[in-house]
Structure formats: C-alpha cells, structure tokens
Design a protein around this ligand. Structure first.
Ligand SMILES: *[C@@H]1O[C@H](CO)[C@@H](O)[C@H](O)[C@H]1NC(C)=O
Ligand SMILES: *[C@@H]1O[C@H](CO)[C@@H](O)[C@H](O)[C@H]1NC(C)=O
Ligand SMILES: *[C@@H]1O[C@H](CO)[C@@H](O)[C@H](O)[C@H]1NC(C)=O
Ligand SMILES: *[C@@H]1O[C@H](CO)[C@@H](O)[C@H](O)[C@H]1NC(C)=O
Length: 342
C-alpha cells in the first residue's frame, strides 16, 4: 500500500497578543508569529529553535507617512527595531478607511513597497506581510490598491472575520465568518490576478455575543442598530468573546450548540441574569475545517488566526481536547509543515 500523501506546505501564521500562551502552541505547524504583544525574547528564541519566524507589528497613522521623508524614517525605525530584537520581518496592520486615488491611497502602496524593499535588503530572508479585510470590495471603506500591494509584499493576511462589520440588510445577529461569503471573497482576490500563493486565510478564534432586542420563534435575534463606516448596522453592537470562554459557557446555555446550514457556522442562545436573550456566533473545528479545505484546494499560502491566545491552554482534559481540535482543524490530515522558514 502507498503511504498517504502528506499535505505540504501550508503555512500557519499566528497572531500573538502577549503572555505565555505561545508555550502551548502547536509548533509542528507554526511558521510565523506576529508579535502584537510586548517583545518577548524567550518567544523569539523559541520560535527560531522551531524554524519559525517572529515578525513585528507595523502600525502607523497614514496621514503621517504621506510625506516620503516621514515614511522613510518610519521604515528605518522598524528595520532597526527588528534588527535589535532579532526579528524576521513585519506585519503591517493599518485598518484605516482609505479613498481610491487619495494621497493616503498612494502613500499606503508606497509604504508597503518601500518597507518590503528595506526589510529584504537589511534582513536576509525576512518576511513582510500586510493585513487586508475579508473582501477587496472596499470593505469598511478600505479601498486600497490591492493588486500593487500584493505585488510589493510577501503575503496578504486576509482577515476573514468581522464580516458583519457592515450589515446592509436585516439588522440581525449572523456568523462572524459565513462560509459562502468568506470563500467568495477569496475568489474575488484571485480573480484580480492576485497569486493564491500570496494569500493567507485568517480565521477567527473568537466569536460575537449579541444581546437580542427581539428573539423570534425561529431563533432570529434582532440586534441594536450601531452604524459603521456608512452601514446602518454592524457587529459593533456585539461583544467579542474568545473561543475558550464560549466553550466554558455553552453547556449552560438555553440551546447548546446549534448549527446554521446556510452560513455553515455554529451558534447558541442564552439568557443573562437580567433575563435578556443573547445569541453567540463563533467558529469551531467544524466550521474552520470547511474553510481550511479551500486553502489546500486553491493552493493558498497558508492559514492563520486572530489570535493564538484565544484558546484554553490549561490542563483541564476537556479544554485540552478542544484546543487540540482547533489546531488540528487548520490543516488537512496528514500534514507536514514546510521545512525551516528562517
Ligand atoms: C511626520 O510624522 C509625525 C509623527 O511621527 C507627524 O507629527 C508629522 O506631522 C509628520 N509630518 C508630515 C510632513 O507629514
Ligand atoms: C419579535 O418576536 C416575536 C416572537 O417571536 C414575533 O412575534 C414578533 O414579530 C417579533 N417582532 C419584531 C419586530 O421582529
Ligand atoms: C459540554 O457538553 C458536551 C456534550 O455533552 C461535552 O462533550 C463537553 O465536554 C461539555 N463541556 C464542558 C466544558 O463540560
Ligand atoms: C453559496 O454559494 C453557492 C455557489 O456560489 C450558491 O449556489 C449557494 O446558494 C450559496 N449559499 C448560500 C447559503 O448563500
């Protein structure tokens, strides 16, 4: 019998927000950690010992870097910081509204291009990534030159979550990252001739807890209207909750885990101490595995999550199983991590 084919080389890109949760990450998978918490030399050494890259967080006010001199100053500061901390690149996370053709629009493209050139020149083998919204269609008024940006950096991290940031239809609770909507948006990126090998799919390890203004017999949860960037209603009326919290909470809910077949996502309903009904939408190994299958099928560069910290890494056996299942859902089975990447 032939050995089963091993799926290689899907990268696993982890956002880490600090603390020591990283000690429990599945380092047989991790290829990049974007350090969004405080610098941790122990994490840096550990990541390197596992052949993974550790990259800086790059965040700057766009209006400040329209000026090319200011832009160069910022880039040089980032390169020096990365060098002094033995880091392997930068993840640029700028989520401002940008109008097509504005001075910020061109400055952003130039920033990504110049940052990539400087990092590649000064830190051999370094990686520059840029975070984009779940769809390239001016989501949250982020109208960027996606094609030029993708061309100028190593990879785009597609934030396939917060997909209800702009609700144009009924103001009701829905999935954080519905299956169809998520994958259709990758088709949009790819149809713009962005190389799938530049795309990393970001999945949420958190969900949204909504208070229902009205909870219908069919389980539809009407939510308060909180406008966002031109849309009348948004997920801003909900509260973001880590997977670890929901897994402790779900068994005492009214409904237990439910599954929405249209959005291919789990959810549950509960009553708070004031008697108000809440609906919680999230992702779990089942919904994530469905999306992760697309990564392998379409040959995307990899998969990642916001954030690695949001699982329960305690010694509780139920939590350990749930945490292990979440890591497993990221990649096809059997899986072989790409060779050392730094
Ligand atoms: C340069 O950046 C600084 C902040 O770092 C900002 O205060 C200043 O206004 C910027 N200058 C220009 C010309 O944009
Ligand atoms: C609120 O929910 C009740 C019970 O399901 C339903 O009869 C009613 O039509 C809903 N009202 C609104 C405004 O959606
Ligand atoms: C919740 O219930 C499910 C199904 O009965 C069970 O598998 C799981 O271990 C329970 N979770 C906790 C935290 O007790
Ligand atoms: C999902 O997409 C497929 C193909 O684009 C379409 O046929 C189907 O109706 C969609 N399902 C939902 C629930 O939107």
């Amino acid at each position: 019998m032939m050995a089963p084919a091993l799926f290689c080389c899907i990268w696993v890109f982890v956002f880490d927000v600090g603390g020591k949760a990283w000690k429990f990450y599945d380092w047989t998978k991790v290829t990049t950690v974007a350090a969004f918490g405080e610098f941790d030399a122990e994490l840096m050494c550990y990541a390197h010992s596992k052949g993974a890259r550790l990259v800086l967080k790059g965040d700057v006010t766009l209006s400040d870097i329209v000026d090319p001199v200011n832009r160069t100053t910022w880039i040089q500061e980032m390169v020096q910081l990365a060098k002094s901390q033995f880091m392997d690149g930068i993840n640029i996370d700028i989520e401002h509204a940008v109008e097509t053709g504005s001075s910020e629009y061109y400055a952003l493209t130039a920033l990504v291009k110049e940052t990539t050139e400087s990092f590649h020149k000064e830190i051999v083998g370094s990686q520059v990534s840029f975070d984009v919204a779940w769809s390239p269609k001016c989501i949250d008024k982020r109208c960027y030159d996606y094609i030029a940006i993708a061309d100028s950096c190593d990879l785009l991290f597609v934030m396939s979550y917060d997909e209800q940031s702009q609700i144009w239809g009924d103001c009701i609770a829905m999935a954080n990252a519905p299956f169809n909507q998520t994958l259709t948006a990758y088709d949009q990126y790819i149809s713009m001739k962005i190389d799938p090998k530049k795309l990393v799919m970001g999945v949420p390890w958190y969900g949204y807890d909504y208070i229902c203004l009205n909870f219908s017999k069919d389980g539809i949860c009407t939510i308060p209207k909180v406008p966002f960037r031109g849309a009348p209603c948004s997920d801003a009326s909900g509260r973001q909750i880590p997977y670890s919290f929901m897994m402790k909470h779900i068994n005492s809910s009214i409904s237990g885990r439910l599954w929405d077949e249209n959005q291919r996502a789990p959810y549950y309903n509960y009553k708070d101490t004031d008697g108000k009904v809440h609906q919680v939408w999230y992702d779990d190994p089942e919904s994530i595995a469905l999306k992760a299958a697309y990564v392998a099928q379409q040959g995307l560069k990899g998969i990642g999550m916001w954030s690695g910290n949001q699982l329960d890494y305690s010694e509780d056996p139920i939590a350990q199983q749930q945490t292990s299942d979440m890591w497993k859902a990221l990649t096809p089975n059997p899986y072989r991590r790409p060779a050392a990447v730094s």
